[in-house]
Write a protein that binds this ligand. Structure first.
Ligand code: SAM
Length: 291
């Protein structure tokens, strides 16, 4: 319970999830605010969640809970693939996903395709805990639209990670049929993709559509997985994994445990790797079956 009754000079950031639900965090300071060609970018320093990146009034990532999201979007596909060398990251301008991806010794190249260079620049300056590996020699930063990139490139990847915001504005096409066909084309014969796929509670139809498009694109294994995300709408979030060959439930746990001796994680381990899929809620499994 908040014992602080001094309401003078308090600044709060509120994200409205719909007309009836909102989440607010009390902030100490606004560190950065700029309208780029694509979106309004803000970085604030908050009391409970550390530095927070906000795009178009929507929480993107916070220093306090980012590890849950970035570890799970990266290590699940990277440990499912037996030898990931070439990785494509689409979006993820804060750098948190790239930071996790380069922890894997097998990874030789990370093509990091982000639409808005201002997000990268702001996060490099104000959120170094996330952006610290953007300058890593394995990482090629490509400032362009991920939708256009996968349509045009002839590069092939072992793992593609789509670390995108909500399906609005320039990110809308990252949830459309054509995009998944191009992702399939850009993956090697045993490639794996993972995408941020919103709240199972609020956006079940969207997840179902993603699964349908992935199936139509030709993926053999399609599995959404869920986790707690305190600063996103409903506090309950999902990624969707699609694989041409390797099933995360068949990954050798001993191998993960061995590799984790050299990779520091806070949320992910060999038990989470399988448990997260085994614990998929029934209503979500039913929706996927109907896709
Ligand atoms: N973890 C976050 C979430 O779920 O809200 C996503 C964070 S990350 C900051 C999202 C990034 O995707 C933004 O920096 C945005 O500029 C980028 N983005 C949006 N549309 C894109 C597109 N079509 N191609 C590449 N990047 C895109």
């Amino acid at each position: 319970m908040n014992q602080n009754n001094d309401f003078k000079c308090q600044i709060w950031f509120t994200e409205y999830h719909n007309n009836n639900v909102a989440l607010s965090v009390r902030i100490k300071d606004i560190l950065y605010r700029e309208k780029s060609e694509f979106q309004e970018i803000e970085i604030v320093d908050s009391y409970d969640f550390g530095k927070v990146l906000i795009l178009d009034n929507t929480f993107q990532t916070t220093e306090r809970d980012e590890f849950i999201y970035h570890e799970l979007i990266s290590h699940i596909p990277l440990f499912t693939h037996p030898n990931p060398k070439r990785v494509l990251v689409i979006g993820g301008g804060d750098g948190g996903t790239v930071r996790e991806v380069v922890k894997h010794d097998s990874v030789e190249v990370v093509d990091f395709v982000e639409l808005d260079k201002k997000v990268i620049e702001a996060c490099k300056k104000y959120m170094p805990k996330l952006s610290c590996e953007i300058e890593n020699e394995k990482v090629n930063v490509l400032i362009t639209d991920g939708i256009k990139y996968v349509a045009e490139t002839e590069n092939k990847y072992d793992v593609i990670i789509v670390d995108c915001p909500d399906p609005v504005g320039p990110a809308k096409g990252l949830f459309e049929k054509e995009f998944y066909k191009n992702i399939y084309k850009c993956l090697d014969d045993d490639g794996i993709m993972v995408q941020q796929s919103e709240s199972p509670l609020y956006n079940l139809d969207l997840i179902q559509n993603i699964c349908k498009y992935l199936k139509e694109a030709g993926f053999e294994i399609i599995k959404p997985y869920t986790y707690p995300m305190p600063t996103y709408p409903s506090g309950f979030w999902s990624f969707t994994l699609a694989s041409k060959k390797h099933d995360p439930l068949e990954t050798d746990e001993k191998k993960i445990k061995e590799k984790l001796k050299d990779i520091k994680t806070k949320y992910y381990d060999e038990e989470v790797h399988k448990g997260i899929f085994l614990a998929t809620p029934k209503f979500l499994k039913d929706a996927v079956k109907k896709a």
